[in-house]
Design a protein around this ligand. Structure first.
Ligand SMILES: NC(=O)c1ccc[n+]([C@@H]2O[C@H](COP(=O)([O-])OP(=O)(O)OC[C@H]3O[C@@H](n4cnc5c(N)ncnc54)[C@H](O)[C@@H]3O)[C@@H](O)[C@H]2O)c1
Length: 253
């Protein structure tokens, strides 16, 4: 219950799905939590539900203006930032590469890649001034291995994997650890939308996704939230530049 006492955490994309589970578990373990998202009503509702120690902030992570403002607001309200969970992301257009438009490609990179860059850039000085911190970037199994779908998403998650390693090297001397997490399929609004778009019965699509994982089922948001708690905590004080794979065995083959 007290693995994160005294720490302040920022969770981007914290209104729904994996981000909401992360916000919940980080708070439960003693951190104060800033939920950042564009889905204001869901984010405010979650912050209200979680209660003391949580606040909601509106920011589109693909806008440097929004990110700068959100970091300043969190600092004003909480006084420090020890943990940054770069979780906001979209799956984007599910078409073969030759059918994707430039706008579709750019939108995915703007949120999934540039959003991680902007938040890391603006939180860095705050963490450094506070004596260090932990940056946790949500990559994916799709940042480790290929699959014949969502090409811009694969590109973005591969980028996040290496951005994490470069920043781990750049900021190790500042006491800032940077790691990536690589979830398998997790049942969230993103995956439900992805599965629905494939057509047919949703329950059948889910079974197909289940069968891709050697453990026999897809994951739940808490499976990732606990990995985030570990990387955020001092239990992981010697862990930086690592790829924490939480995928039910998907990428073993
Ligand atoms: N669900 C999975 O199977 C899975 C697997 C691997 C990696 N991931 C990654 O985990 C992260 C969370 O995924 P999820 O499944 O919970 O997604 P989700 O769509 O269920 O939730 C994502 C949240 O991010 C927010 N968001 C989207 N764009 C934003 C922006 N520009 N600025 C601020 N907030 C924004 C959304 O409003 C939403 O609240 C993503 O980076 C995703 O790529 C998910």
């Amino acid at each position: 219950m007290n693995r994160l006492t005294g720490k302040v955490a920022v969770v981007t994309g914290g209104s729904l799905g994996i981000g909401a589970a992360c916000a919940t578990r980080l708070l439960q373990e003693g951190a104060k939590v800033a939920i950042v998202d564009v889905k204001d009503s869901e984010g405010k509702q979650l912050a209200n539900q979680l209660g003391k120690g949580t606040r909601y902030y509106h920011a589109d992570t693909s806008s440097e203006h929004d990110v700068r403002q959100a970091v300043a607001d969190v600092l004003r309200d909480f006084g420090r930032i020890d943990v940054l969970v770069n979780n906001a992301g979209i799956s984007g257009a599910n078409k073969p590469t030759h059918e994707i438009t430039e706008d579709e490609w750019d939108r995915v990179q703007a949120i999934n890649v540039k959003g991680v860059f902007f938040f890391t850039k603006h939180v860095y000085h705050v963490m450094r001034a506070g004596g260090g911190g932990s940056i946790i970037n949500l990559s994916s199994i799709y940042g480790l291995v290929g699959a014949p779908d969502i090409p811009p998403y694969h590109a973005s998650k591969g980028a996040v994997r290496l951005m994490s390693k470069v920043d781990a090297l750049l900021y190790a001397r500042d006491g800032i650890r940077v790691n990536s997490i690589h979830p398998g399929f997790i049942w969230t609004p993103m995956v439900e939308h992805f599965a629905s778009a494939l057509g047919g019965e949703l329950v059948d699509r889910r079974k197909e996704l289940d069968s891709l994982h050697p453990l026999g089922h897809i994951g739940e948001p808490d499976d990732i939230a606990w990995a985030v708690v570990y990387l955020a905590s001092d239990e992981a004080k010697f862990v930086t530049g690592s790829e924490l794979v939480v995928d039910g065995g998907y990428s073993c083959r």
